[in-house]
Design a protein around this ligand. Structure first.
Ligand SMILES: Nc1ncnc2c1ncn2[C@@H]1O[C@H](COP(=O)(O)OP(=O)(O)O)[C@@H](O)[C@H]1O
Ligand SMILES: [Mg+2]
Length: 257
C-alpha cells in the first residue's frame, strides 16, 4: 500500500460493528459511511448478522434502522429477543427501528411492480427523509435484491445503489445491504452490478466439512481499511455471531461442533 493510501485508511473513523470477530477482521470496524453488501445464499446468517450489527449500534447510542422488504419485521424480532444483549427499551426509545418497505411503497403510491427512474428518486428521497428524521446512523436493507427486482434494468440498479450509497454516506450512515444469491451463483450479487458499486462485500456461505454443514464468512472487499481476506466459520450462538478462523487442512478450531 502506498503511504498516502495507508494514511487515508488509518484516518477513516470506524463504525464498530460490535461483532468482535468482524471488527477484528476489519481492523477496528467498518469505515463510517460505507455501504456494504452482505451477500450469500439462504440460511447463511445474513439477517442474523445484520440484526446484531443494529442492536449493538443502538446500545452504543447510534440510532439503527432495519428496512425489511420480504419478511414481516414483527417476525424478525423473535430472532433477537433471545440475545442477552437485547433490551426492548432500545425499541421503545426509538434507537432500534423496524420499517417494512411495502408500507413505504404504499405511502408513496409506488404500486407498480416495475420502477422507472423517477420512482427510484422518490424512494431514495423517502429513505433519506426517514434517516434524517430519526437521526439514523446504521441502516440495513434486507434485501436489496428484492428492491432491485423492481428496478429491472442494470442502469436503474446502478443508479439506485450509487445514489442510495451517496445519500447515506453524506449523512454518516453506515449501511448493510443484504444480497440474496443462489448457492450455485458464481458472482457476489444477483444482478452483478451491486457488488461493483458497494464500498464493501462480505460473503456468507455454506461449507460441508466432515458431514457437517458449516456457515462461513469472508470479507472480499472493504474500502478505507486493510482487512483479512481469510474465510471464517460463522457460528450463530445464544450470545450472537461468533467468527473463528477456518484453518487450512481440514480442521476447524473450536467452531462449536
Ligand atoms: N442465535 C442463533 N442460534 C442458532 N441458530 C440461529 C440463531 N439465529 C438464527 N439462527 C438460524 O440460522 C438460520 C439462518 O439465519 P438467517 O440469519 O435468517 O440467514 P439468512 O438471512 O442468510 O437467510 C435460520 O434458520 C435461523 O433459525
Ligand atoms: Mg435473511
Amino acid at each position: 500500500m502506498a503511504p498516502r493510501e495507508r494514511d487515508e485508511a488509518e484516518e477513516r473513523e470506524r463504525c464498530i460493528t460490535g461483532i468482535d470477530g468482524l471488527d477484528n477482521i476489519l481492523n477496528g470496524g467498518i469505515p463510517r459511511g460505507n455501504t456494504v453488501l452482505i451477500t450469500g445464499s439462504v440460511g447463511t446468517g445474513k439477517t442474523s448478522l445484520c440484526l446484531e450489527f443494529l442492536v449493538h449500534g443502538a446500545i452504543a447510542g447510534e440510532n439503527s434502522l432495519y428496512v425489511s422488504v420480504t419478511e414481516n419485521s414483527d417476525k424478525l424480532l423473535t430472532n433477537i429477543i433471545p440475545y442477552d444483549f437485547f433490551d426492548r427499551k432500545l425499541i421503545k426509545e426509538g434507537r432500534l427501528v423496524f420499517i417494512d418497505l411495502p408500507v413505504i411503497y404504499d405511502k408513496l403510491g409506488l404500486e407498480k411492480l416495475e420502477f422507472e427512474f423517477e420512482e427510484v428518486n422518490i424512494l431514495i428521497t423517502a429513505i433519506g427523509n426517514i434517516v434524517d428524521e430519526l437521526k439514523i446512523k446504521r441502516l440495513v436493507i434486507d434485501s436489496i435484491t428484492s428492491v432491485c427486482y423492481r428496478l429491472k434494468t442494470q442502469e436503474n440498479i446502478r443508479d439506485f445503489i450509487l445514489k442510495l450509497g451517496a445519500m447515506l454516506s453524506s449523512r454518516g450512515c453506515t449501511s448493510l445491504l443484504v444480497s440474496e444469491i443462489s448457492p450455485a451463483e458464481e458472482r457476489y450479487s444477483h444482478y452483478g452490478v451491486e457488488e461493483a458499486i458497494a464500498d464493501g462485500v462480505v460473503v456468507t456461505g455454506n461449507l460441508e466439512r466432515r458431514g457437517d454443514l458449516l456457515r462461513t464468512l469472508q470479507v472480499v472487499k472493504m474500502r478505507g481499511t486493510m482487512h483479512s481476506r481469510a474465510k471464517y466459520v460463522l457460528d450463530l450462538t445464544a450470545v450472537g455471531v461468533l467468527l473463528v478462523p477456518l484453518l487450512k487442512g481440514g480442521s476447524v478450531a473450536s467452531a462449536g461442533g
